[in-house]
Ligand binder design. Structure first.
Ligand code: ZN
Length: 368
């Protein structure tokens, strides 16, 4: 999922294009070109400029403008979020739309509502503006002028974008609006479950409609909405469950460590005996690395007796402190795709937190 290209920064927010998005630009340009040809079916008559070429220039302009509109939609969310002091990591454009990645989404319904509604409002304003502008353009330049087509199509698409995003289903903005509305009346987790269930019903209805009308695109969106709704529900109930729980409450303080000089043969024996899949590497009471079974597996068997932990260990270590929130630890693990985090206090290793420790704690807390 990390195949994204950073194209610039707006207000300090990196704007990234995901590889799937790059694929859609020529498709959109092509669709716009075919569309304007189908609808108007005649050359644009621009004197010296070859009409066909001109049409493609407008098509390309259209797809770039459309992409700009999606970024503006995400910036709408981001600016409101930034006003509440939330950090925006990046805005990434995927094939199905943009995603603003935020540090922490507030559990305050009033704030969430404003943040969620800001995006569709931006799309609606651009949409209305473009449609309005297409009128004078039609009057002055002509109804069939590519600029008129461009303004009109951009306007309609932005209005569709607004309506689509207001569908009351996660991960659409409408889902967040709905959750915020429920959350002002009931606990946050319950509000999320209710909003997610409504989202799932929408997804099923959309899927059925897609099946009946043989619309593959609609079926795809239905899937995307259904999965989005379930994920949101799950993630929220976990983070609500972990609320107020600190790393020190969940970590194992009995940490087994290895020295960099340990050879891999001994390490493998240790792993088998103690049934651990990874160890922090400690030298002179300082954490210098982490070694896991997958690092060992890269070394062929005959070489293991002559290779030391220090040679293969991972020196890039992500750590966490005992006083940190458990939810932060979970986010860190998910982001870096790691299974365990050493816990450091004043540079000293005091524990280790593994994904299985956390899962166990969640099960205990939520009584599964
Ligand atoms: Zn949005």
């Amino acid at each position: 999922m990390n195949f994204a290209l950073q194209i610039g920064k707006i207000a300090g927010i990196p704007i990234r294009l995901h590889i799937t998005f790059l694929a859609i630009i020529p498709v959109v340009a092509y669709l716009f070109g075919t569309f304007s040809q189908l609808v108007y079916g005649k050359p644009y008559g621009f004197g010296a400029v070859e009409p066909l070429e001109l049409r493609w220039i407008y098509s390309l302009a259209f797809s770039i403008l459309l992409f700009t509109c999606v970024v503006l939609h995400e910036l709408g969310h981001s600016f409101v979020a930034m006003r509440y002091g939330i950090k925006i990591r990046s805005i990434t454009l995927y094939i199905l739309g943009g995603v603003a990645s935020m540090e922490d989404i507030p559990r305050d319904p009033a704030r969430e509502l404003k943040m969620a509604i800001a995006g569709p409002l931006v799309s609606g304003a651009i949409g209305a503006g473009c449609v309005l502008l297409s009128n004078p353009s039609a009057a002055i330049l002509g109804e069939f002028h590519p600029l008129t087509t461009l303004l009109w199509s951009l306007g309609i698409i932005n209005l569709i974008l607004m309506i689509f995003n207001l569908i009351p289903a996660f991960p659409m903005d409408g889902g967040r609006v709905l959750r915020a509305w429920f959350a002002s009346r009931m606990p946050y987790a319950a509000a999320t479950t209710r909003a997610a269930n409504i989202g799932k019903m929408f997804a099923i209805a959309m899927g059925l409609l897609g099946l009946l009308s043989f619309n593959v695109f609609l079926i795809l969106i239905a899937f995307f909405v259904y999965i989005g709704a379930s994920e949101e529900d799950k993630a929220t109930s976990i983070s609500v469950t972990l609320d107020g729980i600190k790393v020190k409450d969940m970590m194992s303080s009995d940490v087994r460590t290895v020295a960099p000089e340990t050879d891999l043969k001994d390490l493998v024996e240790m792993m088998f005996r103690e049934k651990h899949r990874g160890y922090p590497v400690v030298q002179a009471e300082k954490l210098v690395g982490i070694v896991t079974i997958s690092d060992v597996q890269k070394v062929p068997d005959p070489m293991r007796a002559s290779t030391t932990v220090g040679q293969i260990m991972n020196k890039k270590i992500y750590v966490i402190r005992p006083e940190d929130e458990a939810t932060d630890a979970m986010k860190k693990m998910a982001e870096r795709q790691i299974r365990r985090l050493p816990v450091l206090e004043n540079e000293r290793l005091v524990g280790i937190l593994s994904r299985s420790d956390m899962l166990r704690a969640i099960e205990i807390c939520s009584g599964w």
